[in-house]
Design a protein around this ligand. Sequence first.
Ligand SMILES: [Zn+2]
Length: 505
Amino acid sequence: MGYISLYRKYRPQTFDEVVGQDVWVSILRNSIIRGKVSHAYIFSGPRGIGKTSLARIFAKALNCEKGPTPSPCNKCRSCVTITNGTSLDVVEIDGASNRGIDEIRELKDKINLHPAYSRYKVYIIDEVHMLTQEAFSALLKTLEEPPANVVFIMATTDLFKVPSTIRSRAMVFNFSKIYPVEMFSRLRFITEKEHIDISDSDLMRVARDADGSMRDALVVLEQLATYTGGKVSSEDVDRLVSALSVHSVLPLLEHIQMSDWTFGLEFVGDFLRRGGSPYTFIKGLRFALWYLLLSYHVSDVDGLLNVTKDESEGLKRFGSIWKEGALWDAINILDDAYERVYRGNDPSTVLGITWASLLKVLGVKKEKDITRITGGEQEENATRDRGDMGVARLMDALLGRNVTLYALLGIAKEVSISDNVLKIIFEREYRFAYELLTEGENRLELESVLGELFSSEVGLDVGIEGIVEPVEQEVVKGNVIREVISIFGGELLAFRNLEEGEEYD
Ligand SMILES: [Zn+2]
């Protein structure tokens, strides 16, 4: 016998095995017990949560030789042929692959024929929203005058693309994503059967990361089992899920608290070199900080975020170290970083800045110690004389308004205000900070903050240590755009950043 994927092997075969859809399962069960079966159902919900599996179980329940029964036997001819997809009376149509017109036409021709050997003819139409207009019209005709003993089960990930005329003639079940705890028990059942050795917290990460889809979770679990030979470590899981483990995040939190620049920058460099995704880093840290923030308000954070016992023990050590406001700032920094990576900024630069920014808001050392760490005492005294009050006001304002700017100024070797000019000098190795600060958006924001804070106009002088000539400002900084233009030709007419999901018009 050929190899069977975990997803197919552990596809639920009875109502009891269906995970996370209790309401709908009990409605379907009751409708069979009471003999109140409708002609048409729509199972709507995200992918990978068991819509078609449940449709098949319902078909078995209707047609089992021992039924109709809420507990189909899975042994009779009807049950077996439905399970392996060869039933003559349970027809599956994939709306996505051929858009259905031929099938629906054929269905119209044959629909009045009696089932071959079952009580009901059941049509399971997957991705029904993908059907063509003609197929929908044909389907609607049959739904308007459904022959007895025909049941339609239509599955869709996009309910509102199904015409309302169809929707109004069907019972609509809105399936929800499967909660990680519910998924966890099923995954644990499977790892025990399959002898896959994986810790509770790593298995929970797989469940959390699947975002409600059992199929996704099983695909990841299978990959892990295959390339580890069944003994799965945290590092293996790090490679496949989208957030660093709590176990990997804890040392990061420790070094943030210690204001340790080197640890984080080395970690980031090493992590990216090994092929880690910047999103994995950002999401791992964000998850931990979100946990700590919620702990201020929610009594059962472990339950809410599906955190295992050993993860929670690790995190709780940081429980009261950071104030709520600082945690908010840190989470904003991470969201900002996510956005920057998403927009195509260089990941190592973004993560470097992110690390620096996190030290600013969560490090125990005071801002001064860090800001002037490269400046030396003499310079510190010199810049303190005049304008230092102004710099302090500026930093306060930036912290509340734009943490990226705050961190960039924090990295600078010199920040001073004199003769109504804000002077910012970076060391050569922080050229990226110079570039970020002078890129359109950040510069404009800084100028507008200056305008609000100070009554007289304050100019801006940003430079790199030892370089006298100001670096030319370019209209477009994005390498991506330059590359696109070089490949496709053309010229740049307008430039704006789109929000996620927004389309260019
Ligand atoms: Zn049966």
